[in-house]
Design a protein around this ligand. Structure first.
Ligand code: ADP
Ligand code: MG
Length: 228
């Protein structure tokens, strides 16, 4: 039996008010077990990014709860929430969000340094090898291909060994070969490190490589199916 790593309870997120009120998330509940690889699908505007941003604590819910491990995420004070963001969750975005003036190694280790901790050099080297970035560690982001930049952002997400990796269309900006490589890396981190992954995609072929597919429509979960 695996342990539950994430629990989302009655999550609501409203934007605007009155005639411009949008219920981006409307009473969303689900849980995820440690080591699961979950794909979130749904049409544009269905609330996928809103959900992922709340799971990553970069946005706050209007009501409802997110529990990661034994932490009630939004009950924490702001400083604890900042630490939670750096250590417990790793975010991967469609457009990588790397720091342009930092090289590959510096981008990857930034979360650790911001946390005032020292980098585990062996783990860093292992990640760099797995990501195939050995010969790029001193390169700046604009000297890398899109696929390489996304690999750096995966390394940055994995370096702090977070409980959960959250990825928003991580291959949305890549060609099919680079997309496959990124999916293989996410699957590898899931298998090798037992990493729990929640990934948004609009590509059903990619979604089908996950263990489970959650479908959002209009801020609701309309389907939640285990496929492995
Ligand atoms: P998805 O990622 O599935 O395309 P989003 O989570 O980005 O959907 O958006 C869900 C809904 O919330 C959409 O109707 C969108 O217009 C609205 N929304 C998202 N962010 C904001 C915001 N900052 N202000 C107002 N409305 C927003
Ligand atoms: Mg989105």
């Amino acid at each position: 039996m695996s342990e539950k790593i994430l629990e989302v309870k009655d999550l609501c997120k409203n934007y605007g008010k009155g005639s411009t009120l949008v219920k981006a998330l409307d009473d969303v509940s689900f849980s995820v077990e440690e080591g699961e690889f979950v794909a979130i699908v749904g049409s544009s505007g269905s609330g996928k990014s809103t959900l992922l941003h709340i799971l990553g604590a970069v946005d706050k819910p209007t009501s409802g709860k997110v529990i990661v491990g034994d932490v009630d995420v939004f009950k924490q004070k702001d400083d604890a929430l900042a630490v939670f963001r750096r250590r417990k969750v790793g975010l991967i975005y469609q457009f990588y969000n790397l720091i342009p003036i930092l090289n590959v190694e510096e981008n990857m280790t930034l979360p650790i340094l911001l946390d005032g901790k020292s980098v585990d050099k062996n783990y860093l080297k292992e990640l760099i090898d797995i990501l195939g970035l050995e010969r790029r560690i001193n390169h700046l982001p604009n000297e890398l291909s899109g696929g390489q930049q996304q690999r750096v952002s995966i390394g940055r997400a994995l370096i702090s060994k977070p409980d959960i990796i959250l990825a928003d269309e991580p291959t949305g900006n890549l060609d099919s070969k680079a997309s496959r490589e990124i999916m293989d890396l996410l699957r590898l981190s899931n298998e090798k490190y037992g990493q729990t992954i929640i990934m948004i995609t609009h590509d059903m072929n990619l979604a089908k490589t996950a263990d489970r597919i959650i479908t959002l429509e209009d801020g609701h979960i309309v389907k939640d199916e285990k496929i492995k």
